[in-house]
Ligand binder design. Structure first.
Ligand code: COI
Length: 353
């Protein structure tokens, strides 16, 4: 691996007490090109500009996918990454469906560890803060014929972040637009899945919500995801979350939270959830808590559910189950409780932020 270090770190110019999500990039990035059917030597270099012309294939046809994961500063000053192998596997599932090459494990994990060791002082140490890691793979031939690219580029950039949402969120059950269809690419982290969501989301924001709850593509009768997150509902004493299909992203946070819930002995069902069922539960006071689960926001409590112009309030207790789950996750990530599931991958660094 080639390594070129920055001549001047930008670290001291960043206000770590105010970290808007994804705004500040760390000093270095990883870049590796796939050409002539082969991965070339990876390079770590100062974060900077793209090297391509305007014919860049990914810009025209969206053959591009990304991942999101986080590294945490532990109480002992060390740095750990949360479940990176799960993100590695998911990026390769996205790559397969989008007809991009598989990324070798050594490139992903070796490059990631080296990059984070170099930029370890960019990992914040405050509660609910972390280093957001954005691996991405895109079509990088420079032609505009509508067929898959020949060349691809894999990169990792990182960004120190604070909480994604400043408080609880209001969501609208979407009745017009669709995030994903059967047989499509909803289960991948394709760039276009997000590009297509901005318009419906901005309409919901104009109506006073923060996000939409996506519903099924045929009749909008079943709940699917919550904005960029998976959705968890607590109805009575039972947690409910939609089962994974090819329209739903298999969230790493979702999988981890389901594991924690089962380990508490709490009741949970992964099954289709109709909009009617949820609206009734909200109306009858049976919907005790609702939250989004994702890498960026971790656990995001939902305080309002909007449906066909009517708003239902949902309790957002500070000492409820959503916040209990979030604390359990944070404790594992920050090294305050035992990593009994083997979720954390430690780096060899000792610096403190
Ligand atoms: C996540 O939270 O998992 C995301 O993908 C959010 C990202 C699009 C900002």
């Amino acid at each position: 691996m080639k390594i070129e270090l920055t001549k001047e770190s930008r670290r001291s110019s960043i206000d770590f007490s105010n970290l808007p999500f994804g705004k500040n990039m760390s000093d270095h990035m990883l870049v590796c090109h796939f050409k002539n059917g082969q991965w070339q030597e990876a390079e770590i270099r100062p974060y900077g500009q793209l090297d391509f012309s305007y014919g860049l294939h990914a810009l025209h046809y969206g053959q591009s996918a990304f991942e999101g994961m986080k590294a945490y500063r532990k109480e002992d000053g060390g740095v750990s990454i949360f479940r990176p192998l799960d993100n590695f596997a998911r990026l390769n599932r996205s790559a397969e469906r989008l007809m991009m090459p598989q990324i070798p494990k050594d490139l992903f994990m070796g490059g990631l560890k080296k990059l984070l060791e170099i930029d370890s002082d960019w990992v914040p140490d405050a509660e609910d803060h972390s280093l957001y890691i954005r691996p991405f793979l895109f079509a990088s031939s420079e032609f505009i014929a509508a067929r898959q690219s020949d060349d691809y580029t894999f990169c990792i950039i990182t960004s120190p972040v604070g909480p994604y949402y400043s408080g609880t969120v209001k969501v609208k059950i979407e009745q017009e637009y669709t995030r994903a269809t059967g047989g499509g690419i909803g289960f991948t982290k394709a760039a276009g899945n997000y590009g297509g969501s901005f318009y419906p989301t901005s309409k919901a924001i104009q109506e006073g919500y923060n996000q939409v709850i996506w519903t099924d593509h045929k009749e909008h009768k079943f709940i699917e995801e919550s904005g960029t997150m998976n959705l968890m509902l607590l109805v009575g004493d039972t947690f409910l979350t939609p089962p994974l299909t090819d329209r739903i992203l298999a969230g790493v946070t979702r999988r981890s939270i389901i594991h924690l819930i089962k380990d508490q002995g709490w009741s949970i069902q992964e099954r289709p959830i109709s909009v009617d069922e949820i609206v009734h539960a909200a109306r009858d006071g049976e919907l005790k808590e609702a939250f989004g689960m994702g890498t960026a926001a971790v656990v995001s409590q939902i305080d309002t559910l909007g449906y066909k112009g009517e708003n239902f309030s949902i309790p957002v207790p500070v000492d409820g189950k959503a916040m209990y789950i979030k604390r359990m996750l944070n404790d594992i990530r920050m090294g305050r409780s035992d990593d009994k599931y083997d979720w954390m991958v430690d780096l060899s660094v000792s610096e403190t932020a």
